[in-house]
Design a protein around this ligand. Sequence first.
Ligand code: PMP
Length: 439
Amino acid sequence: MTEITTTHADLLGRHKYVMPSWLSLYYDEPIEIVSGSGRRVTDGEGREYLDFFAGILTNMLGYGVPEVRDAIKAQADKGILHTSTLYLIRQQIELAEKIARLSGIPDAKVFFTSSGTEANEAALLLATQFRRSNQVLALRNSYHGRSFAAMSITGNRGWSASSLSPVHVSYVHSGYRYRSPFGHLPDAEFIRACADDLRDVITTMTSGDVACIIAEPIQGVGGFTVPPDGMFAAFKEILDEYGILYISDEVQTGWGRTGEHFWGIEAHGVVPDAMTFAKGLGNGTSIGGVVARAELMDCVNANSISTFGGNPLVTSAANATLDYVLSHDLQANAAKLGTMLIESIRGLQHQHSFIGDVRGKGLMIGVELVVPGSKTPDAAAAARMMELTKAAGLLVGKGGMNGNVLRIAPPLTLTEAEAAEGIAVLADAFAAIEGGSTT
Ligand code: PMP
């Protein structure tokens, strides 16, 4: 008889046997998260962690939230988890009305999907149909998903397993200042240099009739890189000359996470033609979508359907999540605690020369680790930080083109005491790295 075991090591052995090799896991000894409450989770061997990564920014409210649980339960109790979009879905319509209103996009309509990848696919379909062009502009160091089109607009070799593409993509500078050739310039000149590059790309690499640009306001997987406010407004001015549409990928930056705004793109004073969203909206249930101007949304000239997109279960959870975000003003909480976190981490930067850059907005903070005295990425230091923080009971994320950026993105419900607790763990871990600890 097969012995039933619950250790992480056993589970890892089984994972390796039956799951793809390219589905990477965090930590030397990966963990299973089996329960959670508030901002804390417990692993399969009974260890508790404060969670500063929230299932990749997806558990936006945290864990065990009664309002979300009750909404899911109420829907399940009705006996209906799914009906398909062939029938009216009250919860979906209500959610679309809220998102359309919050989007700031005039005459907005919403299409729901089950993931961010599909949301971006849908947005590309709209833009390419509307403009009758398959040319797209994307940012270097971007991440937009795992389908062929989403991979092709992903400017990161580490996440682009194939060059097959339904769209023709040209890449422009992303505003990743720390590693930009224009990084030494003051804001206004930096923006001008990036905008000049955009014009140059349009005139030299495309036939002018480009469908759209797609851009993350703050790059997520790319290591929480933040362009100067207003950069995308400068881009938009040029794009408008050519009639090129603007799609903002708000999968990580939406719903108030950046603190100062509800959508990341608002920092640039740009109203995009479309926005895509996913991750946090369902607080862990699989929902994504695109919100766009009606004439853009309605331009598709054939049927299109996502069987699971916006089903009654996930839209019930998403309505509850969105209502919670708004009624508890979590955007203000993200602004307040994000400032506390980033200022504390900047304080630590002065003590440790291997902290090359600390950047971010709200509860979206990147800490780029480098070889002291240089800008050489130190992925090993980031890996050590992952182990040290885990050992001390804190989950953080990692990213960046070179795997050397720590990503800090707790649930938006984070408390001041929890922020202080996380900072203390980070401070100890940085000190251990400084002292040469390898564990
Ligand atoms: N866009 C961005 C900005 C993302 O961060 C991600 C996921 N990391 C996606 C799109 C793709 O979302 P999904 O994994 O749900 O397909």
